[in-house]
Design a protein around this ligand. Structure first.
Ligand code: FE2
Length: 271
């Protein structure tokens, strides 16, 4: 990649808050990842998951299941997908909201996909020196039940002292308004960080710096075709709405920082 292109992409991300690369991943690769994840799900043992989520006072167990997932491949359920007896209320392949947070290191297929040369080149081109992937998620956004992800900035959850964390969001299927595509406030990353999720031992809390709610009327849909890559500035306000359609919206997301910068010690993921 030419030095001038690198400056342009880096400047463009700073200016707009997000970038869209269409036809970034071949459709056949997307299909392969979707099929591979389906086979992972089919072979997954949900016993521990059911235990963690089955009791009435499960908030702590759920938090612990989440907090310990930074270096594991764990399944997270859609709300209401399990009842108090620990039984799934929908088919296993429809019950999962996402899989996280270390597919990029622990799973050989996702390791390869996460480290594709063309993706690393984009990381460098947007100004991430010595890129390091801090977490990964496979997101299902199931037909009819895939829930809303409310407006947020990724830096709230993964704070970096230096260049803010950068999101890499791959559409493994078409993402439309109907099936819950990303929405973002163009230029919204120029505002300050509104909150931070802080971890102290096994407790998490949210520190609020600005209580003003996001002006959701400024959110614009970012509809993309399967195979597209969306790069998100860590301070960009973004969200996704419920999937009201009968079509799934699978995506793979990674969050990346520069190895030259410092990952905050009190992020929920410990490194
Ligand atoms: Fe996000």
């Amino acid at each position: 990649m030419l030095a001038s292109q690198q400056i342009n992409l880096s400047e463009q991300l700073e200016q707009d808050g997000f970038l869209v690369f269409e036809d970034f991943i071949p459709g056949s690769v997307c299909d392969h990842l979707v099929d591979y994840m389906k086979s992972m799900l089919a072979n997954a043992d949900f016993t521990a998951l059911k235990t963690a989520f089955s009791t009435k006072t499960h908030k702590h167990a759920q938090e612990k299941y989440f907090l310990d997932s930074g270096d594991k491949v764990r399944f997270f359920l859609e709300e209401g997908a399990i009842n108090e007896a620990g039984e799934l209320t929908v088919a296993k392949e429809l019950a999962v909201n996402k899989v996280g947070h270390a597919l990029h290191t622990l799973d050989p297929i996702f390791y390869c996909f996460s480290h594709l040369h063309q993706t690393i080149s984009i990381m460098q081109a947007v100004g991430i020196a010595q890129p390091e992937i801090m977490q990964s998620m496979y997101i299902f956004k199931q037909p009819h039940i895939g829930g809303e992800v409310t407006a947020h900035q990724d830096s709230t959850f993964l704070y970096v002292h230096g260049k803010p964390i950068t999101g890499f969001w791959f559409a493994l299927e078409d993402a439309t308004v109907e099936n819950g595509c990303l929405w973002a406030i163009p230029g919204g990353h120029h505002s300050q960080l509104k909150s931070r999720m802080i971890r102290e031992d096994d407790q998490i809390r949210t520190d609020i710096y600005d209580e003003t709610p996001w002006d959701l009327s400024l959110m614009e849909p970012v509809e993309v075709k399967k195979g597209s890559l969306i790069v998100l500035h860590g301070l960009l306000p973004h969200m996704s709405k419920e999937n009201t359609s009968g079509i799934s919206r699978h995506a793979y997301a990674m969050h990346v920082m520069s190895g030259m910068d410092k990952f905050a010690d009190n992020n929920w993921i410990r490194v």
